[in-house]
Design a protein around this ligand. Structure first.
Ligand SMILES: *Cc1c(COP(=O)(O)O)cnc(C)c1O
Length: 963
């Protein structure tokens, strides 16, 4: 039979991205009672918000995968990769190939979700506890978290932690004048919003701390931005004596050789792990870190991995303490960080596993030795160094000729840093070669070649008094996997313990776990994108800037806004950037009293946490029984705070997964009261191509490129959370002192303070979203939205008779996700939402989102990328689980001993000893026959959450714990 379909295109990416076929759609639509996808969307999306024209030509027609890669290649070729010796928190590094191939380029690692379901996340949780152990060892502190967004924001979080924990009654924070310039800029903009006064001070061993006045915290950069290494112990002690906490930003590689912050008296250490094998990537993503001394662990922002035990008493990893803290604590959360930098933390930890303590020490010694060697020659040539004691960075006086030296070096292929007209800075790293040192020497006016006389071991220029004497990375994990075969197998072993998108669907509501296509991922590791320093000169990064500009304009187009900033490196940071823009706008208008942020009770927890960080007061607006914002309560809250309304933060479609038709009334009411409207765009996958935030009354939104636009979740990050806004907010969107360009999409300048350490946030992963838009085209994006909505409604319809669907909108339809209400089931049978989530593991699934936004429910978001067979497999598993629960309800199985309560079942649990349960072993592990050939085995049984919080262990346990 010949195909009559002319629509079939063998090269079209869209039909690879969308999992269901046109024929599947007919079947699914029939189940819903609609003839066409258009008819379904007409019925689902309220006509009041519907956009009827196709997206403007700003979005080019869909390219094939080959065409998109060719265009990306042209953009890459427009960049010029020179050797960066700029330093300032970003160093050249060698990603061990075994880590690049088996982690960064391996979907088992990059497509996983944040490990909220610990039983199916033991691999990445182990990698993260290795990260935490590496950080606590090197910093000499007690507890580290599983990554921060970058170094600059980690310092800000350190400042906020110091303010929470300090008893000093003052709002003053002392900042080292030798801080990284981007860190300084971040501190300035973030401190201002929350009423902290910064006191910048030249710190050294002779500083009289009493002269600095009272302060709740002290910040030291160690080594300094200028490369200087000095001993801050006495300054730290004096500062702490007057009630402050000491926050030290430390270079992890330097700590291999110099005294740790913990030994110097620091309460908090922060920094980046970038130079542990993570490419600079023009600024990110990289994993920042934070470690604290004992007693402060409950103040730590972000995720903390700990050790607990499972139902069989075996040691098992899980997220500790504040695992979902914004969701629970909202405006009282310790920070707004949700998505962090897990994939990059995994890479950095594996770099330490691969090299071990001897390798790390060697790499550090070699870099310090090379810096000393270069310095010695420059001194011989009559040049003067600014500091005598340094690790890998030297500062050289070149009266009046700094620009010339930097230009000469650039012509010779190396970027140096011009600190001022008469000072040039050179940072050595792991990649620096003898030839690089020769070239730098020539740039400073030396002869064409010179024999440096390599000596081993190379002497360093570190002060004797700061020599590190304490050991690190002694745990066996850092001393075992150092052949490539062992490393490859360790990575495979860990990956096999986890459930990621390469095994099956991850139907997490609000998280949009769609395909992260291989073609989209390809350019991430191209050296032209990966090996750029974020402060490289504009002329050398025009390809990346072009990509940024195109993506910004496409995102502005699809959201109906005038301009976009790609700087925020997570959704939460986009929220903060948007709220800071609103704050800046009101202040510029003289509206200093506008500080109330209205937030519906159903909002994502980060919303309230971000509002607090933007210096706003949160006022909660009720939701009605349909899950919509209660308009009467909104009007009442507006009236009660009349002159103080700064903003409303609303999620659209709502976190209940429905399109509210009142959204325009809501936004009008806020505007009438003089407030601005923030629309949380995390649910854009339900709207793209059908409605635009800018058209329904939004002033500003963030998007989650790691949801709607295909950046993989990486097991809990990276993410990109661009902020999109109307033109009147542009002057207050995040700028950056080192940005190569100040103009952005829409031809406007962004004049606010930065929210990320790097000017363009995490640019090395932007080719992913760029490729997605480029390969889908406007029509494909629209098709994806419609298919996602179809899939959610199909699941809702098929499951409705088994689990009530909590909220629906127009015509009984949901948007791109649906909430299954398990509370009636729990009331009837005692089976909890936890039991169902864990039982899904036995059936080979990742659970949907649990108890958000409503306790006792599961929120299912299938996305457009799943095929019909996988959707049906999920539906059938849920129906069978319902039947199992009913059997418990009827008393066929006891409430405490049934396949649900016993889930997940490990292989050991069904073969060890005598089987005493009232259900069979087959029912336990093969409830569906297809599992016999295709089984994901959870490595641990259900994990005891409370035990882990009572007995906090957040570093690698001794290997006997797993014996
Ligand atoms: C995911 C999400 C966020 C936060 O995004 P992160 O990137 O995790 O910081 C905010 N709001 C909603 C509705 C979300 O689903």
């Amino acid at each position: 039979m010949t195909s009559t379909s002319t629509a079939f295109d063998v090269d079209a990416f869209g039909r690879r991205h969308i999992g269901t076929t046109p024929r599947d759609h007919e079947w699914m639509l029939a189940a819903l009672g609609y003839d066409t996808l258009d008819a379904l969307m007409d019925a689902a999306v309220p006509s009041a918000i519907r956009m009827h024209e196709v997206l403007d030509s700003a979005i080019p027609d869909a390219a094939t995968e080959r065409e998109a890669l060719a265009e990306l290649r042209a953009l890459a070729d427009a960049n010029t990769v020179r050797t960066s010796m700029i330093g300032l928190g970003y160093s050249g590094t060698i990603t061990p190939a075994v880590i690049q191939r088996n982690v960064l380029e391996n979907p088992s690692w990059y497509t996983a979700y944040t490990p909220y379901q610990p039983e199916i996340s033991q691999g990445r949780l182990e990698a993260l506890i290795n990260f935490q152990t590496m950080v606590t060892d090197l910093t000499g502190l007690d507890t580290a978290n599983a990554s921060m967004l970058d170094e600059g924001t980690a310092v800000v979080e350190g400042m906020l932690l110091a303010r929470r924990a300090s008893k000093a009654k003052t709002n003053r924070f002392v900042v080292d004048a030798d801080a990284l310039p981007q860190t300084h800029a971040l501190l300035v903009s973030r401190a201002e919003a929350v009423g902290v006064e910064l006191v910048v001070a030249d710190l050294d061993e002779t500083t009289d701390v009493a002269e600095l006045g009272d302060h709740f915290g002290l910040f030291v950069q160690y080594p300094g931005a200028s490369g200087r290494v000095w001993d801050p112990a006495s300054v730290i002690a004096a500062s702490k004596a007057q009630g402050a906490l000491a926050v030290v930003a430390a270079d992890l590689l330097a700590l291999a050789l110099i005294t740790s912050p913990g030994e110097l008296g620091a309460d908090v250490a922060v920094g980046t792990s970038q130079r542990f094998g993570v490419p600079m990537g023009f600024g990110g993503p990289h994993a920042g870190y934070m470690a604290v001394r004992k007693g402060l662990e409950r103040q730590l922002p972000g995720r903390l991995v700990g050790v607990s035990q499972d139902a069989a008493g075996h040691a098992a990893y899980r997220l500790s303490l504040q695992a979902r803290e914004q969701h629970i604590r909202r405006e009282k959360a310790t920070s707004n960080i949700c998505t962090a930098q897990v994939l990059l933390a995994v890479m950095a930890s594996m770099y330490a596993v691969y090299h071990g303590p001897r390798g790390i020490r060697h790499i550090a010694t070699r870099a310090a030795g090379h810096a000393r060697l270069l310095a010695g020659w420059l001194e011989d040539a009559g040049l003067e160094l600014v500091h005598d004691a340094y690790f890998d960075t030297i500062r050289v006086r070149v009266p009046g000729t700094a620009a010339e030296v930097v230009d000469r070096a650039r012509e010779l292929g190396i970027h140096l840093w011009q600190a001022d007209d008469s000072t040039v800075q050179v940072a050595v790293d792991e990649t620096t070669t003898a030839s690089d040192l020769h070239t730098v020497a020539r740039a400073f006016g030396g002869p064409d070649s010179r024999d440096f006389g390599w000596v081993a071991p190379l002497p360093t220029a570190l002060p004797e008094t700061l020599r590190r004497t304490t050991p690190y990375l002694e745990h066996p994990v850092f001393n075992t996997h150092q052949s490539e075969t062992q490393m490859m197998r360790y990575l495979k072993t860990l990956a096999d313990r986890d459930y990621a998108l390469d095994r099956g669907m991850i139907p997490l509501g609000s998280c949009t776990m769609k395909l992260n296509a291989a073609t989209e991922m390809q350019a991430v590791t191209w050296p032209e994108f990966a090996n750029l320093h974020p402060f490289a000169p504009e002329a050398d990064v025009v390809g990346s800037l072009g990509l940024v500009e195109q993506l910004e304009s496409w995102l502005a187009e699809v959201t109906g806004y005038d301009t976009v900033s790609l700087q925020p490196n997570a959704g939460s940071q986009g929220e903060l950037a948007g709220l800071l823009a609103i704050r800046g706008y009101h202040l510029a208008n003289g509206d200093i009293e506008r500080d109330v942020c209205l937030i519906p009770s159903s909002a994502h927890g980060t919303n309230a946490a971000s509002a607090v960080l933007a210096g706003m007061r949160v006022v909660v607006v009720a939701c009605d029984e349909l899950g919509n914002v209660d308009l009467d309560d909104l009007r009442a809250k507006i009236a009660a705070n009349a002159e103080h309304i700064a903003a409303l933060m609303i999620t659209y479609p709502s976190t209940h997964g429905v399109y509210e038709h009142d959204v325009k009334d809501i936004t009008r009411a806020v505007h009438d009261a003089g407030g601005q409207v923030y629309i949380d765009g995390a649910n854009l996958n339900a709207l793209l191509g059908f409605a635009r935030f800018g058209d329904v009354g939004g002033d500003v939104s963030h998007l989650n490129l790691h949801k709607t636009f295909c950046i993989p979740h990486g097991g809990g990050g990276p993410g990109v959370g661009p902020v999109a806004a109307k033109a009147h907010l542009a002057p207050f969107l995040p700028g950056h002192p080192m940005a190569q360009r100040t103009s952005h999409a829409g031809g406007v300048e962004h004049g606010g303070g930065p929210v990320s350490a790097a000017p363009y946030g995490s640019p090395s992963i932007l080719p992913i979203s760029w490729a997605y838009v480029r390969m889908m085209g406007a029509e494909g994006l629209k098709q994806a939205t419609a298919t996602a909505v179809l899939a959610a409604n199909y699941v809702a319809t098929r499951l409705r008779d088994h689990f009530p669907v909590l909220y629906t909108g127009e015509n009984g339809l949901v948007a791109h996700e649906c909430i299954l209400d398990l509370r009636p089931l729990t009331a009837e049978t005692g089976v909890t939402v936890d039991d169902v989530a864990k039982r899904l593991i036995d059936y080979g699934f990742h659970a949907p989102t649990m108890s958000f936004p409503v306790a006792g429910t599961l929120m299912v978001e299938p996305t457009e990328s799943e095929d019909l067979a996988e959707l049906d497999r999920f539906v059938e598993a849920m129906i069978q689980i319902r039947a199992e629960a009913d059997a418990v309800g009827r008393g066929e199985w006891p409430a405490e001993d049934n396949p649900l309560r016993g889930a997940p079942h490990t292989a050991e649990s069904v073969i060890a000893g005598e089987w005493t349960h009232p259900y069979t072993r087959e029912q336990a592990v093969y409830p569906v026959h297809s599992l016999v050939r295709n089984k994901y085995w959870a490595p641990v049984r259900r994990i005891d959450q409370a035990y882990g919080d009572r007995n906090l262990v957040c570093a690698c346990p001794p290997i006997e714990a797993f014996a």
